[in-house]
Design a protein around this ligand. Structure first.
Ligand code: SF4
Length: 664
């Protein structure tokens, strides 16, 4: 049987999947996707596949990828955005396929290096615990030590007790610390990271996340190589709608006040009288650290005062774009250079390789910080085909908020064109939402993916019978948070539609002020009806809110940004999806502004080419929360009359599947 026949048979009504998979349902789209993946791998080319919820897309790419990898001695790299999907792949889908596929294969999950415990560092830190930590931290260290004796993979997520960040950061594997000399041969090493790397090197399938993929890829990227992370791999990006932003954020690291302070205090913390430097004859360096701590505070508070409005002023911003070079000076440079030179002189006092590597790691870190600040100020980031945007960002409006300097390429289509969609390689991008009104032009343009073919698979759900949509005409165009008429209408209609389903509603907002204001007014009203209102940002984590929402079937959940995407609540608890406002981008963030300008400068139309497609895709993702399986049914409510009154409104309605519609 050749590969295609094997795939056809596997997904057929009487194939292996039907025999072995509980609750198997034959899905034509699943088979079609699997064959398309097999085709593209054979052809060494690239494809976008839109695979709606419910078609079983993970098996549809895993099976052909595994068969192709085994036959051609290649590696399949599967990159995802969320941990949930990684866990599903490594704990559920792959073990199932390892049992049922006729070929044996190995799979490994790789995480960022700092997720792994470094036994060498742990040993060192245990020896020096008194100079590094206070009592509570020492208790945590002891717990980590006991855990290290029983853990299988040595990663942070395997720990069941609370771990203090500063303790984990002292014992985890880190870039720059390891050499082969320090930790010996793979056969007898105790190193969890080396074992994980080795495991990956002998595996046929590697599971990774997008952040780590682009971080590792940055050091390896070559236009003419046969592969991405390995010499002979191909890559499948699941949740591919997120890769543009993730790739852009990994190209240039940010530098912040708290990050500099954190590393300085790791060297020496005068309050606690703890730190790495106590192991060295370094008394003369302690004043340099203190001076840098003061300068760091001063430097970033000057930046905040100069570029940001007072939080009490009208319309305070969290970001400020820096258009010109040399708007301020790098006040830290002389002392950072001084610190680096001093640290270098301590190397001779290191007791062993590990100590020396650790010190060298600080040398590299502080040199990099200095370099990043200089590059930010002088706007020196240069790369082939890339323009950059520079901005300063506050973590919040609070007085002590962190301040960071950030840089990002404005357009990364050149990067993707050259390094991802290169000849003789295969890259498969899949997600439930990649097309707009039937075509993939938007993502193809954003990602320089002109050479990619595409496939759009139909949904297995019967939306016409499963969904009734209501669009409310009698509501003003969404306005400012102080627009009382709008607020009162919103409250009226929310109450009306929540009553229609007796709760069980996910209500999606785009503005936290409006969400909180409406929540405050509706809470008592819903309480009286025995409906619990859960609101994002009121103390509970998103994960906890979702747990409560699933469990209390009649509850109502108000959510912002993250709830438009990752929510998976099949069944009665989510029978009513209310979209309060079309999710248009608010172009206050410098990166968004720069992208819009860039499109206009290059002859495009930033609204039609960027703002509108982005918001249609988000609207589709929001809509995707409602129907999660064939048994689900419910109502979709749109409380933004612009879908009816504006010329672009039809694009939103056309972007979702056909369902019964009533205009109110
Ligand atoms: S190779 Fe050695 S230094 Fe590096 S993480 Fe492993 S045990 Fe630690």
């Amino acid at each position: 049987m050749d590969g295609y026949q094997e795939i056809e048979k596997f997904f057929s009504e009487t194939g292996l999947l039907s025999e072995k998979y509980p609750d198997f349902e034959f899905r034509k789209s699943q088979k079609e996707m699997a064959i398309a993946v097999a085709d593209i791998l054979e052809a060494k080319s690239h494809i976008f596949i839109e695979a709606p919820t419910g078609i079983g897309k993970s098996f549809a790419y895993l099976v052909p990828a595994i068969l192709f990898a085994k036959k051609n001695k290649k590696k399949a790299v599967i990159s995802t955005c969320t941990i949930n999907l990684q866990e599903q792949l490594i704990n559920k889908d792959i073990p199932f396929l390892q049992e049922v596929l006729p070929v044996g294969f190995r799979a490994a999950l790789i995480k960022g290096k700092s997720n792994y415990l470094c036994p060498k560092r742990l040993k060192k830190v245990l020896e020096n615990a008194n100079t590094l930590f206070e009592t509570e931290e020492k208790i945590c260290l002891e717990q980590i030590y006991s855990w290290s004796k029983v853990t299988n993979d040595g990663t942070l997520s395997d720990i069941s007790f609370p771990v203090k960040n500063e303790v984990w950061d002292s014992v985890c594997a880190e870039k720059g610390i390891c050499t082969n000399k320090t930790c010996g041969n793979i056969k007898d090493t105790e190193c969890f990271y080396q074992k994980a790397k080795y495991n990956a090197s002998i595996s046929d399938v590697i599971i990774i996340n997008h952040h780590l993929f682009f971080t590792l890829f940055d050091g390896l990227k070559k236009k003419d190589s046969d592969g991405y992370l390995y010499n002979n791999d191909f890559v499948i990006f699941d949740e591919a709608h997120t890769i543009e932003n993730i790739a852009a954020s990994n190209i240039v690291p940010s530098v912040s006040r708290e990050m500099i302070k954190y590393y300085l205090l790791k060297l020496y913390n005068d309050k606690k009288k703890k730190g790495l430097l106590l192991k060295y004859p370094a008394l003369h360096i302690l004043p340099v650290i203190q001076n840098l701590l003061d300068l760091n505070e001063h430097f970033f508070s000057l930046i905040r005062r100069r570029f940001f409005k007072h939080p009490a002023d009208a319309d305070p911003q969290l970001t400020v774009r820096i258009f010109e070079k040399n708007m301020f000076e790098n006040m830290l440079t002389a002392e950072l250079i001084n610190l680096v030179e001093n640290l270098k002189t301590l190397r001779q006092f290191s007791k062993d390789d590990l100590d020396e590597n650790q010190l060298q790691d600080f040398v590299l870190k502080f040199s990099e910080i200095n370099y990043l600040i200089d590059n930010f100020i002088g706007q020196k980031n240069l790369a082939e085909n890339q323009k950059f945007v520079y901005w300063i960002e506050l973590s919040s409006l609070k007085p002590g908020a962190n301040v960071s300097l950030s840089v990002s390429p404005i357009d990364i289509s050149g990067f993707f064109r050259d390094y991802i969609f290169k000849e003789n390689n295969s890259c498969i991008l899949t997600s439930a939402t990649l097309s707009i009104n039937g075509n993939f032009d938007y993502y193809k343009t954003r990602l320089g993916a002109e050479v990619c073919s595409d496939l759009r698979l139909p949904s297995p759900f019967d939306f016409y019978n499963q969904v009734k949509a209501y669009v409310v005409k009698d509501i003003p165009v969404p306005g400012r948070s102080d627009d009382n008429e709008y607020k009162q209408k919103l409250i009226f209609w929310l109450n009306y539609f929540i009553d229609m389903t007796g709760g069980k509603a996910l209500v999606l907002f785009t503005n936290s002020f409006i969400m909180k204001a409406i929540g405050t007014e509706l809470k008592n009203l819903l309480d009286e009806k025995g409906i619990r209102l859960l609101i994002q940002g009121e103390g509970d984590s998103s994960r906890n809110l979702l747990k409560k929402f699933r469990k209390d079937v009649n509850s109502v959940l108000f959510g912002l940004d993250s709830f438009w995407l990752g929510v998976d609540v099949p069944g009665e608890a989510l029978s009513n999806l209310i979209i309060t406002k079309l999710p248009f981008l608010v172009p206050v963030h410098p990166l968004i502004q720069a992208r819009l300008e860039y499109i206009d400068e290059n002859g495009g139309n930033s609204f039609m080419d960027y703002s509108l497609p982005e918001s249609i895709l988000k609207f589709r993702q929001g809509f995707g929360r409602l129907i999660r399986n064939k048994k689900d049914s419910g109502i979709l409510v749109i409380l933004d009359s612009r879908v009816l009154t504006k010329s672009y409104g039809k694009f939103f309605m056309n972007a979702i599947e056909d369902c019964r519609l009533e205009i109110i």
